[in-house]
Design a binder for this molecule. Structure first.
Ligand SMILES: Cc1ncc(COP(=O)(O)O)c(C=O)c1O
Length: 451
């Protein structure tokens, strides 16, 4: 999104002055790696900074600058960097083997924890990422319903496979009418055939959804959506009763709901967004926070759906690294020892302080901005807005100001959210009140600089 816009000169000069070693590392990396980054979303102009090490709520770059980290690896580090309980448990497991590909008991211990958080799900399979979780969930929905098409929400991101890497960031001029958005591939190499299985709908619009269900009656296996839209610029929560209405509609048309809780699971509440919004999805996809920083994902559903999975049924799911003991160990201690019910109270308290502090600063400085938050994540929109869907956000956001603010924060030692500017702050168990207070001071200065 904003990764190709430079900040204004005085902010840019300061960034370059602070990150000379990163610049050199980037010059070398870009010879071997496109853009010098391991994932397209990490690239920024003029060049990305490189990290040296991290601990708790902080990290240090190659030039020795210290930062408070609210990116937290795009979400997985719910306990912060190198949490001692996770480090200890994983070290111990490492001595006993890093990969078995043979069943082991810790998997059940881990899944019992997930089941407590998602009582509507009976069985699970584990994966290594959010991409894998959504890929299997969609195929499983097709297997169960015998139908091919899926409805995908414009601006939602579900990973890197063909059916969902569409209309994540469509150009508004090419995106078609609001009531019938075009299906726009986000990447070269997407087959035309795969596009035919996808219908795109706007978020928070039950009437358009109903029209789509009517038009494609008998063809739609599932609707997949981010439980809270967090990849379509900032934080876009569901409008009141959206999920209740969607549940009614999907039941009427015999369509499954795939709730993508990759970002929200084990994060927005003990039972994720399903608990927060009191929804009973048919299939839930998870990753990120459930693994405490290790590659761990899952998909789960009711028994009658999961009984299709081999060897019980003929839905094939496999993977060499699935249920690997290092990730499971990290997941077990993250869910059982760190992310207890009490832990969520701590996260929400810090987040409340952050939101209140930013709102006060907006008022004091008179800057045209607003905050939206689904705790413990949040985003500052320039100018003030409360978008309900991708188009409302993208058509109004002032990307130059957003980028100036992001670099102004970075120059003051705070990585406030992801370089792509679509994402939001992540408050974790490693953050402290002092971190929040320091961050608010820096936001005050940055507001003064960019307003
Ligand atoms: C909602 C959502 N689903 C799926 C994914 C893909 O997860 P991964 O990057 O682990 O493949 C992401 C990644 O950001 C996500 O935010």
């Amino acid at each position: 999104m904003g990764e190709k816009i430079l900040p204004r000169k005085e902010i840019l000069d300061q960034y370059i002055e602070r990150t000379l070693k990163s610049k050199k590392a980037y010059e070398e990396a870009k010879e071997l790696i496109p853009g010098g980054v391991g994932s397209g979303y990490r690239y920024i102009v003029p060049y990305p900074f490189f990290i040296k090490e991290a601990k708790g709520s902080k990290f240090w770059d190659l030039d020795g600058n210290e930062y408070i980290d609210y990116l937290m690896a795009y979400g997985p580090l719910i306990a912060g960097h190198a949490h001692p309980v996770i480090v200890e448990a994983v070290k111990e497991q490492l001595e006993k083997g890093s990969l078995y590909a043979i069943p082991h008991e810790k998997t059940v211990e881990f899944l019992r924890e997930l089941k407590k958080r998602y009582p509507m799900l009976d069985m699970f399979r584990l994966t290594n990422s959010g991409t894998e979780s959504t890929l299997h969930a969609i195929r499983l929905a097709r297997a169960y319903t015998g139908k091919d098409k899926i409805v995908k929400i414009e601006g939602c991101y579900h990973g890197m496979h063909d059916n969902v890497l569409v209309s994540v960031e469509p150009r508004l001029g090419a995106a078609g009418p609001r009531w019938a958005p075009s299906v726009i591939p986000d990447s070269l190499g997407t087959t035309k055939a795969s596009l035919q299985d996808v219908v795109v709908a706007p978020f928070n619009d039950i009437e358009v959804m109903e029209r789509i269900f009517q038009k494609h009656e008998g063809e739609i296996a599932a609707v997949i959506l981010e439980a809270v839209m967090m990849n379509g610029v900032g934080v876009i929560p569901p409008v009141k009763n959206y999920y209740q209405d969607l549940r009614k509609l999907t039941d009427e048309y015999n369509v499954l709901i795939i709730f993508d809780e990759v970002k929200t699971g084990a994060r927005v509440a003990y039972g994720g967004a399903a608990e927060l919004y009191n929804v009973k999805p048919d299939i839930v996809t998870l990753a990120k926070a459930i693994g405490g920083g290790f590659s761990l994902g899952a998909f789960g559903a009711r028994k009658e759906i999961m009984e299709l999975v081999t060897p019980l049924g003929r839905f094939l799911h496999g993977g060499t690294y699935n249920a690997n003991p290092l990730a499971i160990t990290a997941g077990v201690v993250t869910l059982k020892k760190i992310m207890t019910k009490q832990a969520y109270r701590y996260l929400h308290k810090l987040n409340e302080e952050m939101v209140k502090g930013v709102n006060d600063l907006i008022e004091d400085t008179g800057i045209n901005a607003s905050v939206t938050s689904v705790s413990p994540m949040g985003y500052i929109y320039f100018p003030a807005m409360k978008p309900k869907n991708y188009r409302e956000a993208v058509s109004r956001v002032n990307m130059q100001k957003t980028i100036d603010f992001w670099f102004a924060m970075l120059n003051r030692g705070v990585l406030i959210w992801a370089p792509c500017q679509m994402e939001q702050w992540n408050i974790t168990m490693a953050h402290t009140e002092e971190d929040i207070q320091y961050t608010l001071e820096k936001i005050d200065e940055a507001f003064q600089q960019v307003k």
